[in-house]
Design a protein around this ligand. Structure first.
Ligand SMILES: Cc1cc2nc3c(=O)[nH]c(=O)nc-3n(C[C@H](O)[C@H](O)[C@H](O)COP(=O)(O)OP(=O)(O)OC[C@H]3O[C@@H](n4cnc5c(N)ncnc54)[C@H](O)[C@@H]3O)c2cc1C
Length: 383
């Protein structure tokens, strides 16, 4: 067993670090945070340098690396700035479903613009009445000749108001039992008549991403927009989650590390009662606990990513990584604010933003409780 990064992986990490240090300007980050806007300029540069879609094949604008290298990149970006890091990480959200199950034509049409920085993507699974439970979708796609006619509403969709296309989970057969055997994933382009979107409103964190409600009213798309096989959509989405939850875990890891870095620096500077905060043993223990949590999370996240790249797909491990790293991000960012005292509560000192950005790690891509359900069912099997 060898826990060290390869020379190539170290080089990727260093390149990501240099890019993030150079481009994730604090003032620009705060502007986007306050205005709730996507950092288009930084995203375009990240795409030009091949950071977005690093795990895609070269023919689709990627660099042929694995999920592990992508996780390193996402961790590094989120460590430098949680808001910009998450926005870049989610810029190609759900495109991996096309990569994994799509036709050659779909990959050419949708993946290349995503990696080139010409298009954002989004994945529409959640509905107002179906969040954790996606085994039935009210959004229907009924086949009529060479077209699907789509009706329904999706909510909380990242990039929902700005993506060029959405990868949509629909019910193509509402009669079959169990109902998830009647679901399909279909691509809908933004300019398709009957497809509208609106912002869901202000939110706690990840303010540089748009979160949209999507409405489909008699939306007609060609049958060629179906991804993979009809009525296999639920399984395709679950396979995608095995991969994407590792990326979320990497976001969480980066947020935790970034909050820790800031707290460490601050406690070495700030003086109270004639001493640096870092000289109080209680501070030292807090820092020790925070780092212990981060290093433990890193081991699990890296293991989940490495296993994935070896073809050892283990939903249980992916869920452990996402659940654990998500909790660590929230707890470490919380403790970082505590170490900053009143300054930690202020936008200017970053850690409150890291804290707000951390919380979503325990909600999207399956809540903490849903991860526990996955872990428990893998341990217990059918009872
Ligand atoms: C900012 C943001 C971005 C998002 N981006 C996307 C996106 O891009 N695409 C997308 O499709 N969705 C997205 N989501 C939706 C997200 O995945 C859902 O919010 C999440 O899956 C939970 O669904 P829900 O909100 O309906 O909560 P519910 O499912 O109603 O859950 C409420 C509570 O009940 C618990 N619960 C539910 N079922 C069980 C159970 N069986 N056992 C134990 N506890 C349970 C949950 O854990 C939670 O604590 C996003 C959400 C947010 C807030």
């Amino acid at each position: 067993m060898d826990f060290s990064l390869s020379k190539e992986q170290e080089a990727i990490q260093k390149a990501a670090e240099e890019f993030a240090r150079g481009e994730f300007d604090k003032d620009i980050a705060l502007e986007h945070e306050m205005a709730h806007t996507f950092p288009y300029g930084i995203w375009k540069k990240a795409c030009e340098l091949g950071f977005v879609g690093i795990h895609y094949p070269e023919e689709f604008g990627g660099q042929d690396y694995g999920i592990f290298e992508n996780a390193l990149l996402v961790e590094t970006f989120c460590r430098q700035d949680s808001g910009i890091g998450i926005a870049l990480s989610l810029s190609d959200f759900a495109s991996e479903i096309i990569l994994r199950f799509g036709t050659e034509e779909q990959k050419q049409r949708y993946l290349i613009p995503v990696t080139k920085g010409e298009a954002l993507s989004s994945g529409g699974f959640t509905e107002p009445d179906h969040g954790s439970d996606i085994t039935f979708m009210n959004t229907s796609a009924i086949r009529e000749g060479d077209e699907y006619i789509i009706n329904g509403v999706k909510t909380f969709i990242t990039n929902g108001t700005i993506s060029r296309f959405v990868v949509l989970l629909c019910q193509t057969d509402a009669e079959v039992k169990p109902t998830y055997r009647g679901q399909s994933v279909i691509i809908v382009e933004r300019d398709t008549p009957g497809f509208t979107s609106s912002d869901v409103g202000d939110k706690m964190g990840i303010k540089m991403t748009s979160t949209g409600e999507l409405s489909f009213n008699e939306v007609r798309v060609p049958v060629s927009n179906l991804i993979g096989k009809e009525n296999r959509g639920f399984y395709q989405v679950l396979e995608f989650f095995d991969e994407s939850r590792i990326e979320i875990a990497a976001q969480a890891l980066g947020i935790a590390q970034g909050a820790f870095d800031r707290a460490l620096n601050y406690t070495k500077e700030r003086k109270q009662f004639g001493k640096k905060l870092a000289q109080f043993q209680v501070t030292q223990h807090k820092l020790a606990d925070m780092l212990t949590q981060i290093e433990t999370a890193r081991l699990i996240v890296y293991k989940a990513a490495w296993n994935f790249d070896q073809g050892k797909i283990d939903p249980k491990l992916t869920s452990i990584a996402k659940m654990y790293a998500g909790r660590v991000a929230v707890e470490v960012a919380d403790e970082a604010i505590q170490l900053f005292g009143g300054y930690g509560y202020m936008l200017e000192y970053d850690v409150e933003r890291f804290y707000r950005d951390a919380k979503i790690m325990e909600i999207y891509e399956g809540t903490r409780e849903i991860q526990k359900n996955t872990i428990a069912s893998a341990i217990l099997g059918k009872l």
